[in-house]
Design a protein around this ligand. Structure first.
Ligand code: SF4
Length: 772
C-alpha cells in the first residue's frame, strides 16, 4: 500500500519582498518575515499550510525539499497558532504529526472497490463509475433518506460533501460531532444564549474556570493555552481547574478541584446559591436581559455549599471562595464546561447549571467573559454564477417510524451516533457516505461494526485502513493535510475583536493516487449527474478548491494566491455585546430574544422534560436517577471514564505513533515496549488489587472487557480510572496497540436529551498476568 515517491512541488520560492508587498496590500499582520527565512537552496522552499487535524486551522510553515515536506513550524502572529500580533506561532504534537501521517506506509494511496467480496485497488475512473452507479441505484431503490452522511474530522467543514450528498442527492440524515463530542454543552448553550458555544475571551479574562476540560492540552488552536498563560501573567488572572484528574491544566491552575465524578451540576448550583445569596450577581443584566431567573433562584435556594460539599467532595469554603472570585471579577470572568461534563448521562443538566453561572454574572459577550465570536463574511461562489443550489433534503427527516427511538421524536437531533446500528437493523438506514471519520471508535463499537457489514452501500473518503474503511464498498484515498488546499474564515482566536481568514495551497503534490476532497466530490458529482440524468455537475463548475475559494474571497477583495502568500489576514473589527440591539434592548438569537435560565420557552425541550419528569430550569440530577445512568456497586466498584479530547487522540484518521511516544514518556512508561493507551489508576485502588505500573490489567464492565497496561499515579481520584480513546484494533494505528475503549459502550449509553455518547462505566479492574 505504500508510496513514498512525492513528485517535485509545483510551487516556487516566494521571496520575502514579494510576500511583504502582498501583505501590505491585504492587511496581513505577520508572516512575511517567516517566508524570508526560506533557505536559498534551489530545491528547498518554505510555504504555508493550515493544520486542520482538530479543525482549529493553526497556520503552518512547511519546509519542502525536493518536493518532500521535511519540517513544520507555526506561523508568527497567526490567530490560531500564536497568542496574537508579533507573537511566536507553534503547532501541537497532532499538528506536528502531519509529516508522519503524510508519509506513513499504512496510508491508502489508491481507490478501492469491493469485487467478489474483496476490496480491490482500481483506477480512479473505475472507482468513481462504480460509486456513482451504486449511488444512483440506491437512490432509485431506497430514496436518499436511507443514506446516512457521517462527518468527522478534519475537513468536514468544507462544503462539498454536504453540497453533493445533502443539497443535491438529498440525504437528510447526518451524524456530526454533536452526538459524539459536545451536544449537551452546545445545545444547552444555544438554547440559553442563542450562540453555538461559549468560547471564552481568555486573553482578557481575570478569572477563568476550566470545568471538565484539560484546556492546556485540548485546545482549538495553540492560542488557547498561550492566552490563558498570558492572562495569568498580564491580568494577574486566576485559573481554576475542576476535574477529577490532575491534568496539565490542573498543574497550571491556582486551584485544582478534584470533584467527585458526575456531581458537577450540584457544585454549579451551589455556586449560584452563593452568588445570589450574597447579592454578587449582575442585577441589571438579569433584570433586563434574561428569562427564568425566578425559577433559577428557586432551584438554588437550598443548594448551599454545605449541601454540595456532601455530594461533590469539594470543601464548602472552597466553593464559596470560587463563587466569590468568579462573581467579583465579572464580567471579565468565565466558566467553560466541556467534554468532562458532556460525556455524563446527566450531562445536559450539568451543562445548563454551569452555563447559568455565566448568565448570572452577566459576562455574556463582554471583555474577558464569554464571547460571541464571528467569522468574516465570505462570498457565496454559487451566487456569483447565478447558481441557485437546491435543497433536495428534507430539513428534519424525523419520520414517524423514528418515534419510538429515544430522543428522536422531539427533533432535538435527527439521529444519534449510538442509535445508527439500530436504525440499520430496522431498515431505516441502508447506506453511508463517510467523510474523514471512524464511527466504530466513537461509540457502540460492536454494533457499529455489524451495521457497517450490513449496510448495502458504504463509501468512504479517508487516509488509513481501519475498521470502517476495511469494510467499505468504495474507498477513496483522501489527500493529507499537507496535500490539500484550505480556507477558513474566523471564529475564536487570539484576536478577540477582529475577524480574520486563513488559507493555503497544498504544500506538496498528493502521493500515489490520493486526491484533494474537492476533486473527489467534483468527479463523483459529474459522474452521478450522468447516471441520474441531472445537472449537478454545474454546482462543481470550478477546476479546483483553490478556484472555488478564490471566488469566496471576492467579498474581502483578496485572491487565494494572496492569502496563501501571507497565511492569514485580519478582515474587520468585532464589537462586544452583540446581543444588544442599537437601542440597548436584549436581542439574543433565542426564541424570546433573552438569555434563558429556564428553557420552558424551548418547546421541543419542554416536551421532553415533561416526559422525563425533569424541570426546564437548572436542576440537580444525581447520577443514579432513573434516567441518568449506571453507578458503581460491589461487583463494579470503579468508575471508568474515557478521555477523548487530548493532544494525543481525537485523530480519527491520523498516524499516532509520534504522539504515543510523547504520551508514554510523560508518564515514564516509554521503556515498557508498549504502544497503546494506558489505564490510569490511583495507588489506593491499585494496591487493593496488587497492581503496579506496567502490569497488564483487564477492565471489565457489565457488558464487555478490554485489556490495557496500568499506570499507577496520584493524579486521579480513588474510585476513578481513566484511559485515552482512539487506540486498538479498530484504529488506524498500524499494529493496533492498546484498546478501543468504546468496546465497553452500548446503544443505551447516551445522554437522554441530546443522544450524546456517554463515556462513563462502572467497572472492575484486575491484573491479567498477560504479556504486553
Ligand atoms: S491545535 Fe494542533 S491539531 Fe489542532 S489545528 Fe492546531 S496544530 Fe493542528
Amino acid at each position: 500500500m505504500s508510496s513514498e515517491n512525492p513528485t517535485v512541488s509545483r510551487r516556487t520560492f516566494l521571496t520575502g519582498s514579494t510576500a511583504a508587498a502582498v501583505a501590505a496590500t491585504a492587511g496581513c499582520l505577520g508572516s512575511s518575515n517567516q517566508l524570508a527565512k526560506a533557505s536559498s537552496a534551489t530545491n528547498r522552499e518554505v510555504v504555508h499550510g493550515n493544520c486542520w487535524i482538530c479543525r482549529a486551522e493553526c497556520g503552518q510553515e512547511i519546509t519542502v525539499e525536493d518536493g518532500r515536506a521535511i519540517n513544520l513550524t507555526g506561523v508568527d502572529g497567526h490567530p490560531k497558532a500564536s497568542a496574537g500580533q508579533d507573537r511566536d506561532g507553534t503547532l501541537c504534537s497532532k499538528g506536528m504529526a502531519q509529516l508522519e501521517k503524510t508519509y506513513n506506509p499504512n496510508r491508502i494511496t489508491r481507490p478501492h472497490v469491493r469485487k467478489d467480496g474483496e476490496l480491490t485497488a482500481v483506477s480512479w475512473d473505475e472507482a468513481v463509475e462504480y460509486a456513482a452507479e451504486k449511488l444512483a441505484a440506491f437512490h432509485r431503490e431506497h430514496g436518499p433518506e436511507r443514506l446516512l452522511r457521517y462527518q468527522g474530522y478534519p475537513i468536514a467543514k468544507h462544503p462539498w460533501h454536504n453540497l453533493l450528498f445533502k443539497n443535491l442527492y438529498g440525504a437528510p440524515l447526518k451524524v456530526g460531532r454533536k452526538t459524539t463530542c459536545h451536544g449537551p454543552f452546545s445545545t444547552s448553550w444555544e438554547w440559553m444564549s442563542g450562540y453555538g458555544r461559549e468560547w471564552p475571551d481568555w486573553q482578557n479574562s481575570e478569572y477563568m474556570i476550566a470545568w471538565g476540560r484539560n484546556v492546556m492540552e485540548c485546545f482549538r488552536g495553540q492560542y488557547e493555552p498561550k492566552a490563558i498563560l498570558d492572562a495569568t501573567e498580564n491580568n494577574d488572572a486566576t485559573l481554576v481547574c475542576i476535574d477529577p484528574r490532575y491534568t496539565k491544566t490542573a498543574q497550571k491552575a491556582d486551584k485544582w478541584i478534584p470533584i467527585k465524578p458526575r456531581t458537577d451540576g450540584a457544585l454549579a448550583l451551589s455556586m449560584g446559591n452563593v452568588i445570589i445569596e450574597e447579592d454578587l450577581y449582575d442585577e441589571e443584566f438579569v433584570e433586563n436581559h434574561t428569562h427564568g431567573f425566578e425559577a433559577y433562584r428557586e432551584a438554588v435556594e437550598d443548594k448551599t455549599p454545605e449541601w454540595a460539599a456532601a455530594i461533590t467532595g469539594v470543601d464548602a469554603d472552597n466553593i464559596r471562595e470560587i463563587a466569590r472570585g468568579f462573581a467579583d471579577a465579572a464580567p471579565s470572568s468565565v466558566v467553560l464546561p466541556w467534554t468532562g461534563l458532556t460525556f455524563q448521562q446527566n450531562g445536559f443538566k450539568n451543562c445548563q447549571n454551569v452555563h447559568a453561572l455565566n448568565g448570572l454574572v452577566g459576562n455574556i459577550d463582554r471583555e474577558g467573559g464569554t464571547r460571541q465570536w464571528q467569522s468574516a463574511s465570505l462570498a457565496d461562489p454559487h451566487e456569483k454564477y447565478d447558481l441557485d443550489v437546491p435543497s433536495n433534503h428534507k430539513d428534519n427527516p424525523n419520520p414517524a417510524e423514528y418515534d419510538d427511538y429515544p430522543f428522536q421524536k422531539h427533533g432535538i437531533r435527527n439521529v444519534s451516533h449510538n442509535l445508527v446500528p439500530r436504525a440499520v437493523r430496522d431498515g431505516h438506514i441502508k447506506g453511508m457516505v463517510s467523510n474523514w471519520s471512524s464511527p466504530p471508535k466513537s461509540g457502540n463499537t460492536q454494533e457499529w461494526l455489524e451495521a457497517i457489514e450490513e449496510m448495502e452501500l458504504v463509501i468512504i473518503v479517508d487516509a488509513f485502513w481501519d475498521s470502517d474503511s476495511k469494510r467499505a464498498d468504495v474507498v477513496f484515498p483522501g489527500a493529507s493535510q499537507l496535500e490539500q488546499p484550505f480556507l477558513k474564515a474566523g471564529g475564536d482566536s487570539s484576536y478577540s475583536t477582529k475577524t480574520w481568514v486563513t488559507g493555503s495551497k497544498a504544500a506538496i503534490d498528493p502521493i500515489g493516487g490520493c486526491k484533494p476532497d474537492y476533486q473527489i466530490y467534483k468527479l463523483l458529482a459529474e459522474t452521478l449527474a450522468e447516471k441520474m440524468d441531472t445537472d449537478w455537475e454545474k454546482y462543481f463548475r470550478w477546476e479546483s478548491g483553490e478556484a472555488y475559494w478564490d471566488d469566496q474571497l471576492d467579498a474581502i477583495d483578496m485572491s487565494f494566491d494572496e492569502l496563501d502568500t501571507q497565511s492569514f489576514a485580519i478582515v474587520s473589527d468585532l464589537e462586544y455585546e452583540q446581543w444588544k440591539s442599537d437601542d440597548g434592548e436584549s436581542d439574543f438569537d433565542t426564541v424570546n430574544g433573552k438569555f434563558n435560565f429556564d428553557l420552558d420557552v424551548v418547546e421541543k425541550y419542554a416536551e421532553l422534560a415533561e416526559e422525563m419528569g425533569a424541570s426546564t430550569a437548572p436542576e440537580w440530577h444525581p447520577p443514579d436517577d432513573e434516567h441518568y445512568g449506571e453507578t458503581t456497586d460491589d461487583d463494579y466498584p470503579l468508575l471508568y471514564n474515557d478521555v477523548f479530547v487530548e493532544q494525543i487522540n481525537r485523530g480519527h484518521d491520523q498516524a499516532i505513533g509520534r504522539s504515543v511516544k510523547a504520551y508514554q514518556a510523560r508518564y515514564d512508561m516509554e521503556d515498557q515496549g508498549y504502544g497503546g493507551n494506558l489505564l490510569h489508576i490511583n495507588p489506593e485502588d491499585a494496591a487493593k488489587r496488587g497492581i503496579q505500573s506496567g502490569d497488564m490489567v483487564r477492565i471489565e464492565s457489565i457488558d464487555d472487557e478490554i485489556e490495557l497496561m496500568a499506570h499507577v499515579y496520584e493524579g486521579i481520584r480513588p474510585g476513578r480510572v481513566a484511559s485515552l480513546s482512539g487506540f486498538g484494533e479498530t484504529s488506524s494505528h498500524p499494529d493496533g496497540a492498546g484498546a478501543n475503549t468504546m468496546i465497553l459502550n452500548r446503544e443505551r449509553h447516551v445522554e437522554p436529551v441530546t443522544g450524546m455518547t456517554v463515556r462513563n462505566h462502572p467497572v472492575e479492574v484486575e491484573k491479567t498476568g498477560g504479556e504486553n
